[in-house]
Ligand binder design. Structure first.
Ligand code: GMT
Length: 371
C-alpha cells in the first residue's frame, strides 16, 4: 500500500511511534510518505520505500501568522494525488486529522484517513471549548480512529459523547533495540560501582510532575547511593534545575537534555520514575520494561495498562510520593524480587507490545478500509 504519515517530527512519544511505525511498514514493503515540518527524529539514515515531504508554511505580509495548517492540508492533498496514496495516517486529531480531512476535500483521489489519538489533544487541548469542536471534527470525519490505550478511549467517549468506533492499538517497542544488554557500554559513565541509576525521561511538562521526580529521588538517595539521570527538556526545565540545586542534589543529578538514541540510556538504569498526572500510555515505561527495568509510576491514564502493578513495577495514586519512595526502596533492596520484576517486565513487553504485532494491527486497519 501507499501510506502517508502525518506526525510531529520532534522528540516525543507520538513522533517516535509514528516514525517507528513508518519504518516497520516500509520494511514490510509498503511505500511510506512522511509529511512533517522536519525529518522525524527517529528516522536515522536512508530507508528504502520511505519518502519525506517537509511542510513549508506559507508566509506573506498580509498573513499575520504563517498558515501552517493550510499549507499542511495543501501538501497532503498534493502528495495523495501525486503518489496515489491509499491511506493518510494522522497522529493526533488536532491539527493533523483536521488537515487530512481538508486535504481529502481538495484531492481528486478517494484517500482514507486513519487517526491515532495519543492523548494531549483529548486530555489537554479539548478542555478549550473552541478547540474541542475542531478536535471532534477530526475524529468524526476520520475513516477509522484508534487510540493508544483503553483509558484514552474511555476519556474520548466521555468527553465527546461520540458514537464513532475507536479501536485500541497499543503503542509498541522494538525489543531488539530496547533490550537488557543495550546499556552495558555506558553504565559506568552514569554512576560508580555500587550506585543505583534512577531514570526519568520526558518533555518536562507540568503533567509529568517533575517535583515528584525530584522528591522521590531526594529520599531514595538518603537511603542508598544513587544517581538521577534526567533525559529531555521542556517548560519545567529551569524550575527542576533550581529545585535540584536548592535541595543540594547537584552532585547526584545528571541533566542529559535531548537525546536521539535512548535505548542505551534506558537500559543502563535500575528504575524508571513516571509519576505523571496525565499519561495516555507512557511509551518510556514500555521502553524501560523491554530493557528489563521496573517502573515506579502513578496510576494516571493508561499507565496501569502498560505497567502491571506488583509484577513489572509498582504504581501509586498521583502525588503519593511516600508510596513511590517505599516501593523504590523495596525493589532496590531485594535483589531476588528485583530480578523477578526485571524478567516479568521484559516478558510483558514482548508478549503484549511487540512491534511486529502492533504493526500488523495497523495493517489490518488499512486493509479493511481499502477493500
Ligand atoms: O508525553 C508527552 O507529553 C508527549 C506526548 C507526545 O505527543 O508524544 O505523548 C503522548 O503520546 C505518547 C505516544 O502515544 C504517549 O506514550 C504519552 O503517554 C502521551 N502523553 C500524554 O498523554 C501526556
Amino acid at each position: 500500500m501507499r501510506i502517508g504519515i502525518v506526525c510531529y517530527p520532534t522528540v516525543g512519544g507520538s513522533g517516535a511511534v509514528a516514525t517507528e511505525l513508518g519504518k516497520a511498514l516500509a520494511r514490510n514493503g509498503h511505500e511510506i510518505h512522511f509529511m512533517a515540518t522536519d525529518v522525524p527524529f527517529r528516522l536515522g539514515t536512508f530507508i528504502e520505500n520511505v519518502y519525506i515531504h517537509e511542510i513549508v508554511a506559507a508566509t506573506y505580509p498580509v498573513l499575520r501568522t504563517p498558515s501552517y495548517d493550510f499549507s499542511l492540508a495543501a501538501l497532503i492533498a498534493k502528495v495523495v494525488d501525486e503518489y496515489n496514496l491509499d491511506v493518510v495516517h494522522a497522529h493526533y486529531a488536532m491539527p493533523f486529522a483536521v488537515c487530512a480531512y481538508l486535504a481529502k476535500q481538495m484531492a481528486e483521489r478517494d484517500v482514507k484517513i486513519v487517526t491515532t489519538l495519543h492523548g494531549t489533544d483529548i486530555t489537554v487541548l479539548a478542555q478549550d471549548e473552541g478547540l474541542k469542536q475542531v478536535i471532534q471534527l477530526g475524529i468524526e470525519k476520520s475513516d477509522a480512529v484508534t487510540a493508544v490505550s483503553r483509558s484514552l478511549i474511555g476519556q474520548t467517549k466521555e468527553l465527546f459523547e461520540t458514537a464513532k468506533p475507536i479501536e485500541c492499538v497499543y503503542n509498541f517497542v522494538d525489543t531488539d533495540v530496547f533490550h537488557p544488554g543495550a546499556g552495558s557500554q555506558i553504565r559506568h559513565s552514569l554512576a560508580h560501582t555500587g550506585e543505583r541509576v534512577i531514570l526519568h525521561m520526558s518533555n518536562f511538562r507540568a503533567v509529568k510532575r517533575m517535583d515528584d521526580v525530584i522528591d522521590i529521588f531526594a529520599r531514595i538517595v538518603k537511603k542508598t547511593p544513587a544517581k538521577l539521570v534526567l533525559v529531555g527538556v521542556g517548560p519545567e526545565y529551569n524550575h527542576v534545575r533550581h529545585r535540584v540545586q536548592a535541595l543540594g542534589l547537584n552532585p547526584f543529578v545528571l541533566f542529559l537534555g535531548k537525546q536521539e538514541e535512548v535505548a542505551s540510556l534506558v537500559a543502563a538504569a535500575d528504575l524508571l520514575l513516571l509519576p505523571s498526572e496525565k499519561e495516555s500510555f507512557g511509551l518510556v515505561a514500555l521502553e524501560a520494561m523491554a530493557c528489563g527495568i521496573p517502573v515506579i509510576g502513578s496510576t494516571a491514564g493508561g499507565i496501569p495498562e502498560v505497567v502491571e502493578d506488583g509484577v513489572t513495577g509498582f504504581l501509586a495514586p498521583i502525588g503519593d510520593v511516600e508510596k513511590m519512595v517505599r516501593d523504590s526502596l523495596r525493589l532496590l533492596g531485594d535483589e531476588s524480587r528485583y530480578q523477578a520484576f526485571s524478567k516479568n517486565a521484559r516478558h510483558r513487553a514482548i508478549k503484549h507490545f511487540h512491534i511486529r504485532d502492533k504493526v500488523s494491527e495497523y495493517e489490518a486497519n488499512y486493509d479493511r478500509l481499502c477493500k
